[in-house]
Design a protein around this ligand. Sequence first.
Ligand SMILES: C[S@@+](CC[C@H](N)C(=O)[O-])C[C@H]1O[C@@H](n2cnc3c(N)ncnc32)[C@H](O)[C@@H]1O
Length: 952
Amino acid sequence: MAPAMADLSALLSESSFSSTPTDASSSNAASLSSTPPTTVSPDSMSLASEPDMPKLETIAASSIEAAISSLALPETEQHESGQQTPLGRDAIIVADRPLPAEPPSTGRPRRSRSSLPVYNLAKLAGTSHKRQRADQDSLPGKRRRTMSGDALANNGNTNTKDAVGASRTSRVGVAPSDTESTANVSTPKSAPSSKRSAPSTSPAHITRRATRLSGTPVETLATKLSALGKRGKKTLDKGLGRLSRELKRLQDTDEFAHIDTRPVRYTVWSNGKYVDVDPAQEPPQEPPRKKVKTDRDAADAVDAADKVAAAEKQESDAPATKTRRVKKWLDKGLYAGQEAPIDVLKGLTAQERKKLASLPELMPSGKPNRALPMPMYNGLRILINGRDFKLPFDVCNPLPPGQPKPAAYRTMTKNRFVGDAGAYWKKTPHFGDFASKCVCKPEDGCGEDCQNRIMLYECDETNCNVGKEYCTNRAFQDLQERTKKGGRYRVGVEVFKTADRGYGVRSNRCFEAGQIIMEYTGEIITEEECERRMNEVYKDNECYYLMSFDQNMIIDATTGSIARFVNHSCSPNCRMIKWIVSGQPRMALFAGDRPIMTGEELTYDYNFDPFSAKNVQKCLCGSPNCRGVLGPKPKEVKAAKQQQQPQQPAKDAEKKSVKGVKSSVKAGKRKLKDPFAFDSEDDDEAEASTRAIKKRKIDKASTSLKKALSATKSVKGAKKAAKGAISKIKRTVSTVSMGGKKTKTALTITKGAKVKAKVALTTSKGMKGKVKAKASTKVIKRATTTFTTSATLSGKSTSDRKAGAVKTDGRKPIPKLATGSPSRSPSLTIVAAGIGSAGTAEKAGGHPSTPNRTGPMSAELETTTTTAVTKSARKSTPSWKARENVAVINKERKKKEGKGKESEKNEKREKDKENVSAATSAASTPKPAKTTTKIRVITTTAGKRGLGVADR
Ligand SMILES: C[S@@+](CC[C@H](N)C(=O)[O-])C[C@H]1O[C@@H](n2cnc3c(N)ncnc32)[C@H](O)[C@@H]1O
């Protein structure tokens, strides 16, 4: 035996206890091995109540306890049987003598034998005065509660023997009254009672219960506590107290109280589809509003309110991560875009009015229905013109399925200055600088007489006297307003695939006559940049979206708006017009003289200048007055006449216009084609035709020349006149700035006037004597006047266009336009830069922007100052040769301007001399040149500006 045990034995013997090793049947052993025979029966209690006994036990217990603690007894003790029994510190030996072997169990629970000494443990434990409480245990229906011993052990201080005791106690079952605090563990509701229950761990609350009926010996808490002794009990109290605190703390947790504090996630469903809302993208939660203290003064309160408002504003200003798509509703119906006309007869000729007046349908029938108006435009047109029956396409006119879309290209809704263009634009005087306020009155509404409108300036706050409310001269602003919200109807146009002309644009809604439809936008580049692009970027393209714009700049719509897809028609329904908006030039497509219906293809007259026959394309517009090729307008007179009679049938208009056109352009198609064919080597037919025309022209000129000759007397006068005429021609040429083939083409098509001039010059060369010279001079004079008119075709065209533009707005045509700047008189000539042959677009059928496309697609709106092109461009495009000359001329002119007036005069004088001498020498030539088969207009070089004529 270990020395410690020896001491223990000695101690036990001293205190009249026999320290007999316990056997399996002993209560101590049972207690140690959790097989309790320690139930305190009433009998034993009565025995234990004997006064002399407890003292000894008390002493023994405390002594043993002290001994254990002082000797640091090992946790285990070797029994005689050789079994190692765990000996807890709370193990208390209560038996002092060996117990006889117990008889086999008869089914009843074992009772303590009266013969054996039994101690009043209750008394020993100081709980005897609370005995009656034990009776409660037997109360029927009293529920027993248990709790996990582990939980208790873990929550309590498990290092102490008391805690172990508590753990064991809980394992064996503790009456509710005794362990109220532990019972509280399972329910937070009982939490408040935990405080009260804390003292219940005192010995007074410990219950005892008989195990007689249960059949299983139960070690109760009372038993254990009674065995613990004072110190143990104290410790247990302490432990339980701590335990309750822990529990109390626990019950404060959300988890314990079953409160789910995780954020609630809502699923979002939109249009029957689950929308996965990314928590990261969820809108931030609104911060709690700052409470304005009631006791604050007013200023503080206002401050706080301001802060809150600012915070709210900031919040609202923050970019929304996910914006909800809003359905766009059509806010108008079948006749969307049409306003009920107040006067249906407006714009009709007297004849038409008369015709309409006779129609019973148009008899006055009370008030017009503004909610569901008549299909006024369509109806009127049908009433006037009549047409074959067809289903009303404007009811529903969807594009056929499987519509191909143009190859992806970058769109641009606003013009963008690229490179030097911006700086260049800034340097040049702006139109806006010249603009002054109009003098309109609100009742006029900036109508047809508005000076801004006449000048093609859009009204704005700076130049309008009327104000936005009444002003009707704000087309671009209207367009922006209309298209702001997007949607098919508001945009009003869509790209579609035509059968034979590549892509086109058609209307999605109705447009009033003259109404703005869409803007032509793109990159605004300088001529140099244009040239660079042509040679480097678009060199493999066979079509370009280049349009001369303003101030010698060019719009490149390769990146631009869908207006670039608008096709040409010889009988168009739209016009491309340049306006000045807030000091900036902008180009837009406007409806023509008549309204446009839903589904109509939008077209305008390109006034195409192909430069050479190689660039000539077959026109496939299909209009009755088709010119046959994509070429320049035959005669401005025609256009003007057409504008005057917008409602006239196309055939009539054509007839009238053809009437006004001179013989060279009488048969529009053929005549227009001819000029382009004259230098085409492979088109014999065209050449023959051209020759014939030229011959006719020359014959005519010769006749007039002969007449003139007969009236001519003096060579001197002829010389003078020739001089003046030539200088006039020179000036005109420099203004038109045409050169090379381009000049040739242009001059050839500008009707008889030019031809006359040429012929006159040619003839004058061959004329003898004064008479001839004089005659030629006269002809030249006349021709020059005509030519000037023709050459400044652009100006005329502009007035026509401008008049048309005003007319498109439903106002009367403007006969003359003030020209504030040279670029305010642009011709609408669109210049082809492609190299394909006629009809290639039709053949190719592909998208023009694709390099494979063979059709020439470039369109350029030409102003009076023709675009200059440098050498590299000329190499690739022969037609650009003309431009080089123009560039040189322009350069020369600029140079000259720099030199000053004096030097200019001198130079001019010298050149005039040269020209005159040339004319004189020509006049003195022995044989007059007869009508030649070919007339070539020689482009003047920098040194010799003016027209030269060469015979062949
Ligand atoms: C500015 S683009 C117009 C859009 C073009 N249709 C497209 O698909 O990109 C000009 C080109 O369209 C073709 N085009 C336009 N109008 C035409 C017409 N009336 N007849 C034949 N081709 C036409 C020509 O090839 C022309 O060079």
